[in-house]
Design a binder for this molecule. Structure first.
Ligand code: MG
Length: 300
């Protein structure tokens, strides 16, 4: 008996034939189709090979990179040049990497004022160029004198971020809080902590991000990104996980599948930028990394 006549003469076979030829709704009813979520890769300026913006952007497009993350000062200083070089490309500015002077938790009013003015100048440019937001850290460990790590300081931070978030929103962009590892910024280390500060800032213009390098402190990549959720997760940074070089250069530890699973479940519509050094040849490492990340994205 061949397979076809076997199917016809058994109950299981009859059901299988009915299902195979049945309406699509029968099949999708049993196995809900996962939405297809794109992996939007982005490069910071130093990651892209090339001298001019045109060379860098040509190179990025050849790898299928769709986002560009300039530094804040760079964006302000070279705005026209960047905007012109981006014209007609399948490449948009993703987030803006800091670049402001001073810091928001500075005890010295002059340093705080410097933060306020320079950050707003970057926000203006970010909004104008259609960026998803400007990345900031409330205070690095080395920035002193800094307001003490107390509940009053947290309340002050939320109030200040509320104002800044509303300003960013009025310019069509956002501020994006970046949690760092404890060696760099003890104040805000976990994605969930950044997300809670977003919530308590009570502004739609205050968002947060995850950086796979700093996320070594998290107990779970999946849990960390899910804790920010659709409401707060606005950007992601990626690097290798042992030396902060190009993803893949640290071998097996460069596994991002659990984090990618969270991003897919969140239908994350923003960008993931390379923020990393390089142990070998930048061109080869980037090409291999893009391939690796696309494979892991499929796997997630
Ligand atoms: Mg980062």
């Amino acid at each position: 008996m061949d397979r076809r006549s076997f199917l016809k003469t058994t109950a299981v076979g009859a059901a299988a034939v009915a299902l195979a030829g049945g309406p699509a709704s029968v099949l999708t009813g049993c196995t809900p189709k996962k939405p297809k979520v794109a992996l939007n890769l982005s490069f910071q300026t130093g990651i892209a090979v090339g001298e001019s913006y045109a060379e860098k952007f040509d190179y990025m497009e050849s790898l299928g990179i769709v986002g560009y993350e300039p530094g804040g000062q760079e964006l302000v200083r070279r705005y026209d040049e960047i905007a012109k070089a981006l014209e007609g490309r399948n490449l948009k500015v993703s987030a803006i990497c800091a670049g402001f002077r001073g810091f928001i938790l500075a005890e010295d009013p002059a340093v705080k004022a410097e933060f306020d003015s320079s950050m707003r100048e970057i926000i203006d440019a970010a909004g104008q160029i259609g960026s998803t937001g400007v990345i900031m850290v409330p205070a690095f460990n080395h920035q002193k004198p800094c307001m003490p790590h107390t509940i009053e300081t947290r309340n002050y931070l939320c109030a200040q971020l509320h104002e800044l978030g509303e300003y960013a929103l009025s310019k069509g962009t956002a501020v994006i809080l970046e949690p760092l590892n404890r060696g760099e910024a003890f104040y805000m280390r976990l994605v969930a902590d950044a997300a809670a500060i977003c919530r308590d800032s009570e502004s739609e213009g205050v968002k947060c991000m995850g950086d796979f390098w700093h996320m070594k402190e998290e107990t779970s990549d999946y849990g960390a990104l899910m804790s920010a959720g659709k409401q707060y997760l606005r950007h992601v940074h990626i690097a290798s996980r042992a030396r902060r070089v190009t993803p893949g250069e640290d071998g097996e530890v460069d596994n991002y599948v659990e984090g990618f699973r969270a991003m897919k479940e969140l239908e994350f519509p923003y960008y993931m930028s390379f923020e990393c050094g390089c142990a070998g040849d930048r061109k080869e490492a980037n090409a291999a990394a893009v391939e690796l990340l696309r494979q892991q994205w499929e796997q997630a």
